[in-house]
Design a protein around this ligand. Sequence first.
Ligand SMILES: Cc1cc2nc3c(=O)[nH]c(=O)nc-3n(C[C@H](O)[C@H](O)[C@H](O)COP(=O)(O)OP(=O)(O)OC[C@H]3O[C@@H](n4cnc5c(N)ncnc54)[C@H](O)[C@@H]3O)c2cc1C
Length: 474
Amino acid sequence: MTDLTIRTLEGSTKTLAPDTIAALRGRLRGAVALPGEDGYDAARSIWNAMIDRRPGLVVRCLGAADIINAVKLARDERLLLAVRSGGHNIAGNAVCDGGLLIDLSLMKSVRVDLASRTARVEPGATLADFDKEAQGFALATPLGINSTTGVAGLTLGGGFGWTTRKFGLTIDNLISADVVTADAKLVRASEKENPDLFWALRGGGGNFGVATSFEFKLHPLGPEVLSGLVVHPLETAGELLPKFCRIAKEAPDELTVWVVMRKAPSLPFLPTAWHGKEVMIFAACYSGDMREGEKAVKPLRALGKPIADVISPHPFSGWQAAFDPLLTPGARNYWKSHDFIDLPDAAIKAIINAVRTLPTPESEVFIAHVGGAMARVAANATAWPNRDSHFIMNAHTRWRDKAQDSACTAWARQLFKATAPFATGSVYVNFMPEDEDDRVANAYGTNYHRLAEIKRRYDPDNLFRMNQNIRPTK
Ligand SMILES: Cc1cc2nc3c(=O)[nH]c(=O)nc-3n(C[C@H](O)[C@H](O)[C@H](O)COP(=O)(O)OP(=O)(O)OC[C@H]3O[C@@H](n4cnc5c(N)ncnc54)[C@H](O)[C@@H]3O)c2cc1C
C-alpha cells in the first residue's frame, strides 16, 4: 500500500503512511474504506445528488470507541473532518472532499425502555428505524415527516414534525446525549452533566462533537392516528389559504396541518384528470383521541370543494412515511426557507405565483405548521431560538438533469426574495443549503453569542467545521 494523500483543516494536503492506516484498521470494530474499497461509495452517497464529494478516508464506525479513534486521528493530524449519520442534510456537509469522513450510518440500534418510557438511539438510525421500534409499543417522540431522514442530524438541528405542536421539538424531548468531543473524550450531556454542552447540542447542529447516542422521552401515541390529505385545485388557493391560516393558528395542539403545493402525483384516490395538474394539499395529523380529532378537522374539511378528502385513521408509522415517495434519495435538490408568524395575503400571492411556474414536475412549496408546545419553551432554554414562528416555508426545487441546475436554484431564490418582506428573518438551521453561510447568525439569533462561547470551550480549533458553522469566540 502507498502513502495516502488527505486534506487538512488548513486546506492543504498531507500524506498518511500505510502504517498509520493499518494501525487504525487494527483498532476498529468497524472498517476503514479507502477510495475504491467496499463501503466507500455507500458512505459518501447522500440524499441530495447535488453533493458528489470524495473523502480521502472513511471510517465506518460501529461504536463510540471507533468514533474516538477517528476523532483522535483527525485531531492529531489536523485532518478536514465530516460527520455523516442519515446523510439527509440538504447542504451536504455530511461529506467532505479529500478529508476524513466519520460514517455513522451502520450504528442503527433503537432500544425502548418501557419502565422509564424512554428510548436510547444510535446516530445512524433513521426516523423509520425509530418509529418502527417505538410504535411496536404505541410510543413516539416528535420527529420529521420523511422516514429516511437521520435521527441524529434532525435532533442536533432541532427537529419538528407531525407531533411537535403536541409534544414539542425533538430537542425538547432529548434527555441526554453521549458525545465524543474534539479532545477525543466521550462525555455525557444532560441537564445535570455538562449542561452547557447539552444546551448547545439542542439546536446547535454538529458543531460541538460527534453524538454517539441519544436518549429520548417517549409519549403514548397510536398505533393509529387520524390523518390524511385534503386536495384542492391550485386556483382556489388564494381564497382558501387565508382561511387555512386562521384555522391553523386557532387549532388545538393535537392538530397539525401542513400545506403542500405542487403538481399532483398520480395518487390512486385522485381522478386521473388531475394527475400532473397544480394542486394545494392540506396534510393533517391529529395526535390524540380519534373522536376529538374528527371535531378538530371539521373546519379544515369544510373549506371549499376538495378534489379528494382522505382523512381517516392510519397507522402512525405509515403516516410518518406518507411523503417518502416524493422525497426519495438520489435527485438533485435545492431549498430556500423562511419562518413566518403570519402569512399575509401578499405572501400568499407570491407563493401561488411561484407554484404556477414550478421549474420541474417534482418541485414544490411546503409550509410546515408549528407552534403549540414548541412555542411554550423559552427562546433561550435551548440553542433553538425561533419558537414564535407559526409557519415554516420551504421552497423545494427538485430535478434530475444537471442542465436544469441554474433554472431550479433561480426559481427557489426568486420565491425566497418575493416572500422575504413578510418573514421573520430567522431560519431553521437544518433547512439551509450550502450557500447560506451568511444566515448562520440569523439561525441562532440571540443565542449565537453563547453558542460561540461554548464552541470556544469544546472545540477551540473548529475541528467540527463541516456544518452550519459557529465560529469559536477568540
Ligand atoms: C426530504 C427531507 C425531509 C425533511 N423533513 C424534515 C422535517 O420534517 N423536520 C425536520 O426537522 N427536518 C427535516 N429535514 C431536515 C433534516 O432534519 C436534516 O436534513 C438533518 O440534518 C438530517 O439528519 P441526518 O442525520 O440525515 O443528516 P446528515 O446529512 O447525516 O448530517 C447533517 C449534519 O449534521 C451533523 N451530524 C450528523 N450526525 C451527527 C452526529 N452523530 N454527531 C454530530 N454531528 C452530526 C453534521 O454536521 C452533518 O453535516 C428533512 C430533510 C429532508 C432531506
